[in-house]
Structures are given as C-alpha cells and as structure tokens.
Write a protein that binds this ligand. Structure first.
Ligand SMILES: O=P(O)(O)OC[C@@H](O)[C@@H](O)c1c[nH]c2ccccc12
Length: 262
C-alpha cells in the first residue's frame, strides 16, 4: 500500500471510531429512511452506455492531496446542476475532510440539487460508513481494493447491497482486479493515478480492461482531460469515465461537461 493511502486509512479507522460514538447504526438507518430511495447508479451508467454515448461520473472535488486547492468558488449544488445540464450521468462527491476538503454536507446539497445518482467518494474501512453514506442520501459507495482486505470488502459490499446501493470497486493492477472479481459487484473502475507518485498512466486502463470479469461495467478513472482522450478509450470499448479536476477547474462547468460528453 502506498504511504499516502496508508496514512489516510489509519486516520479513517480513528475517524469511524470517533463518529460512531455520535451516531449508532439505528440512528443512521432512521435518517436513511427519510431519504429518497437509491437512484440506481450502475443502471444509469449502463443505460447511457447502451445509447452509444459516453457515460460520465462527474466529480465534485474541492481539493486533493496531490494538487491542493482545485476550486476556490466551490459550490456543490451549483456544480451538481451544471454537471446535470451538461450531460453527466452520475455524480461523485468527496466526503473526506483532511485529504480532499470534502464534507457530508456537500453530498447532501449536491444530491438535493439534481436528479443524478451520487457516489460517496471516501475511504471505506467499515460497514458503518455505508450506513452513514445512505443516511446522507448516497446511492453508491467506493471500495478501494488496495486499502482493505477481502473480508472487509465483502462486509462493506454486503452493507451496500442490503440498502440497494451500488458499489464501485477500484483497482490499480492485475492482482487487485482478481480480488475485485471475487466480489459480487459488477461495477469496476481502474484508477489511472499511481497513489505513490501521483503519475497518471492511461495504459493501466488499457491493460486491465481485458482482465475485468465478463459483463462488468468498466470505468476509467483519473487524469482524463479531453474529449479526444475519451473517444480514444471508447474505441477500445470503454464507455464510462470518472472525471474531476479537468471539469472543476473550468469557469463554465456546464459547457466543459457538454464538451466532454454532450
Ligand atoms: O480529478 P481527476 O484526476 O479527474 O480524478 C477523479 C477521480 O478519479 C479521483 O478523484 C479518484 C479516484 N479514486 C479516488 C479515491 C479516493 C479519492 C479520489 C479518487
């Protein structure tokens, strides 16, 4: 595991211990009952891809450990509306505070401002965080295979499926793809960003797409900037893309989204 990821994961275990003293599972499930039902994250991607167009998961991201502040006039509901109007299929919202300046309130506000399914982008180490995600209204959660063992992955996935949420399983190499394939989720993303060096290499996507389980919905993640890059990946059968920084840096987020996938 990379040092950055190790540090984040260590901190996450502490964060979960602290947060569960303030909200029990029963509290979270009561809050979840007041949310609208899950919006079908994977189903939305599949429907869009079947129509022959690029399916975009557009990310609401204020800052990152590698880039620092990305967007000064950060406004989650405005960005959510711009992404939806520009043709995004789903949203991803960072809720990790220390690393990404994210917050649960950003997810809540973004989801309320649009009709798109929303991924809680955070570092899942415990099923309790899935209950917390649903209480925020999240429609899907992320499992980073590099971050946790097989038992924790299976428990987190089960907690999501119990709540009718989807799971995006993120991998970086062939060994992680094998571990991902043993889960039930058939939504798998390849992160093109190396978590140690932060270098982006699209060859990761090309190497790993062929190793994904049959029939799985495959997502290329990180470092994507242009329509040309998406079109090149689409030539190789890749239909779903997760893009953050390239869109968050534009003054006109809606126009930038339309230029990418409209
Ligand atoms: O901003 P980018 O380069 O378009 O990347 C988006 C997304 O893929 C990236 O934020 C990401 C991918 N996997 C993660 C795991 C945790 C936090 C963030 C991420």
């Amino acid at each position: 595991m990379s040092d950055m990821l190790t540090a984040i994961i260590d901190r996450k275990y502490d964060e979960v211990i602290e947060r569960r003293t303030r909200a029990s599972l029963a509290d979270l499930d009561a809050r979840a009952a007041e949310q609208s039902p899950p919006r079908g994250f994977k189903a939305a991607l599949d429907a869009r891809a079947a129509s022959g167009r690029h399916a975009l998961i557009a990310e609401i991201k204020k800052a990152s450990p590698s880039k620092g502040l990305i967007r000064a006039d950060f406004d989650p509901p405005a960005h959510a509306r711009a992404y939806e109007a520009g043709g995004a299929t789903c949203l991803s919202v960072l809720t990790d505070g220390p690393g990404f300046q994210g917050h649960a309130d950003y997810l809540i506000a973004a989801r309320a401002a649009c009709d798109l399914p929303v991924l809680r982008k955070d570092f899942m180490v415990d099923p309790w965080q899935v209950a917390e995600a649903r209480a925020m209204g999240a429609d899907a959660v992320l499992i980073i295979v590099a971050a946790i063992d097989d038992g924790a992955m299976a428990e987190i996935e089960a907690a999501a499926f119990e709540r009718d949420m989807d799971v995006l399983v993120e991998v970086h190499d062939a060994a992680e793809m094998e571990r991902a394939a043993r889960l039930r989720s058939r939504l798998i993303g390849v992160n093109n960003r190396n978590l140690k060096t932060f270098d982006v290499d699209f060859n990761k996507t090309y190497e790993l797409v062929g190793l994904a389980p049959e029939g799985c919905t495959f997502v290329a993640e990180s470092g994507l900037n242009t329509r040309v890059e998406l079109d090149a990946m689409a030539e190789r059968g890749i239909r779903c893309f997760l893009v953050g920084e390239a869109l968050m840096r534009q003054a006109d987020v809606e126009a930038a989204t339309r230029a990418l996938v409209g």
